[in-house]
Design a protein around this ligand. Structure first.
Ligand SMILES: [Zn+2]
Length: 187
């Protein structure tokens, strides 16, 4: 699978290829899912309550039910992914954030349709997930550099970009490309 976004649909998890055998499609191990509210939500009361300001006006405190009813909750989460191939059975640990996002798209009459889904924002996969399939004959030095870029993609896009630059340098080394000045001279 080609990954296009930094978030993944949680309910219908995308088909991620196993980084070990490259053939298996990773599946979430259900009994390893742990979802916890962050501090800002854990500190909210369970039930609605009221208070009065100095002028005697009544105010309602936000409670966790309000957040859940509006689908504004988010979770800090961890779970395992597993390769189902019996000759592989690789396990991948991951951690990140779950959050509801609303996507807007047009229907047949071009009216706006709102679709709210729970998305997973990964921060880390170990072992790393391949963002695309690397051709088998790719030299080891390039594969290793791509692996570093893949592992940094979720936590630090800028560091990932730097790794991709190094990868391009390794490719230039491998194909023994002429120096830039020579190319300019020829043109
Ligand atoms: Zn596998």
């Amino acid at each position: 699978m080609l990954i296009k976004e930094e978030k993944l649909l949680f309910k219908d998890f995308p088909n991620l290829n196993c980084p070990n055998c490259t053939k298996g499609i990773l599946r979430i191990v259900d009994d390893t899912k742990i979802l916890k509210y962050p501090s800002k939500l854990r500190l909210l009361p369970d039930e609605p309550s009221f208070y009065y300001d100095p002028d005697g006006n009544e105010h309602r405190r936000t409670c966790i039910d309000d957040v859940e009813a509006a689908q504004k909750q988010e979770y800090i989460t961890t779970f395992f992914l597993e390769c189902p191939r019996t000759q592989c059975l690789e396990m991948i640990s991951t951690c990140g954030k779950l959050r509801y996002d609303t996507e807007v798209f047009p229907d047949e009459d071009l009216n706006a349709v709102y679709d709210t889904q729970l998305y997973y924002y990964p921060k880390f996969f170990y072992p790393h997930i391949n963002l695309f399939i690397i051709p088998i004959k790719t030299p080891r030095v390039i594969v290793d550099q791509m692996a570093e870029a893949f592992s940094l993609f979720w936590t630090s896009p800028s560091a990932c970009g730097n790794s991709i630059r190094k990868c391009v340098e390794r490719i230039i080394d491998e194909i023994d490309a002429p120096p830039t000045s020579y190319v300019k001279y020829k043109n």
